[in-house]
Write a protein of this length. Sequence first.
Length: 446
Amino acid sequence: MSQPIERARNGCTLHGALKAAKAVQGFIPIVHSNAGCSIQEHLGGRFSGSSFGAGHLGGFEVPSSNIQEKQIIFGGTSRLREQIKNTVKVLEGDLYLVLSGCSTEIVGDDIPAMTKEAREQGYPVIHIGTPGFRGSIYDGYKLFFKGVVDQIAEPKTEVSEKVPGLVNIIGIIPEQDVLWEGNLEKLKTLLESLGLKVNTLFGFGQSINNWKDIGLAEFNITFSTWGIEIAQYLEEKFGTQFLGLKSLPVGADETSSFLRKASEKLGLNLNAVENLIAVEQARVSYNLRKITDIYFTQGFQKEFVLVGESSLVIGLWKLLYNQLGLISKAVVVTDNLPEGEKELLNKEFGPLLAESDTQLFFSEDSAEISDIIHKYKPELILGSSLEKRAASELGIPLLEVAYPLSERVILNKSYVSFGGDIELLQDLGDEILRFKNKNHALTNFT
């Protein structure tokens, strides 16, 4: 029997597709389900920290058929037809995506027929089946990706038709990765500085044209487990090679490693890569020297527990432990990876953790994560707002770096690429000093 999950942080399939659709300029999602589906996604997104500026459409603006008991019993296709017509009149877009929920999929509404009818009337409408019972938010991202590509991408697969130096970035999920837009911008800037052309597909400046041209890329680069399947699908469909990374390059060391791998795969100028690495490594050393005194006098070298998605925590842990010298106690991976992926992560990441006597856990259950934190009694937590209670009970600072957030507003902050290590150290130092000064003030007052 399945075990209940307390305060889960991973939404359903529909939520993943909806977050993705809102993050492309000109894409208009139309939810064909009951009202609660859109509201739950909106209320959850309010605490992502980055949802305030996600795409051009959000909150209660998302069109929905809001089907009720009548449509469940007699079918909701006529209601969907009405909603499509109303949406295209009110909201101007390049592509309208009907995303179906559990209720309409279960009763068997003929949604493809309704979207076909709309296209015959001249409206750019497609349908992607995204009922929540098909999986998690990560599965929704994959279904959205494949659904859009299958229905709008240009079917160009010949090598001669590829755009030289064009790469697509895959596997960074809008909003679920609270640093998603900053991460995409930093990676785009990094790769373009080496002469490549980059489609981030989501975020500022990314539109239907980027998605139509997705098959023209010479390479795809993934930055999470959830991008590997998509990259394999694009390789089969368009013959596009890919560099399959499962984590983000956080800070200078990981970015240097990433660029050396990319230079071999993508044929980058190795001298240019090494020159860039040398400059940026020197910049990090310069900044670390500047903070040496305060690092030791204010007690930045703390025992920590890290909680977050696999794509983030691997690179973040390496930076915290190897480069910044913090003391690692436990790492909790919160995205619900398939068993095979858990085994691979244990095999690849486990030996590194073992060297520092760090324990690796897989859980999205907030109660279980709280028990893990209490067991190891760290001096610092890096995680989400769901770890706030544990931090309060232990009397330690919490730096929110993962979904959901409640005390940070993030527009384009990022810890990836060069400079990400300095950005993290500044945020970490701010949180430690803020917590220390707050407690000092309270002690003096009492």
